[in-house]
Design a protein around this ligand. Sequence first.
Ligand code: THU
Length: 135
Amino acid sequence: MTSPAAHDVDWDKLRAAARDAMSRAYAPYSGYPVGVAALVDDGRTITGCNVENASYGLGLCAECGLVSELQNSGGGRLTHFTCVDGDGEILVPCGRCRQLLYEFGGPELLLQTPAGILPLSEMLPQAFGPGHLRK
Ligand code: THU
């Protein structure tokens, strides 16, 4: 399925889904709840929230939950993504999570960032990905 162009997407609605997920975050150690939401190329909307751990380094970013939900709800390709902080404001995904998103969205995945809608290729230039392993 062809992904809809950036301007066809209701980013406010997607961000509302991310805020809703953020409200369910488990972030007692950092006090920094995060929520994410993405569109899948079949029209699904999926979400995630961060889940921390008493063993601090084991905390899961919200994007971990999102890619898990993606796979566990039928797979597919991510086309549009947004991330919010505890105030519901647009947040950039951390570096590790950009790599997680690259696996399932590739360079064309559109991200809502504080600097506007950008393709993942601009947020993670020269990315390592599945293509390298196929060489
Ligand atoms: N966090 C995310 O969930 N995603 C990001 O892209 C940035 C950081 C979480 C991890 C941790 O639970 C909290 O934010 C503070 O770093």
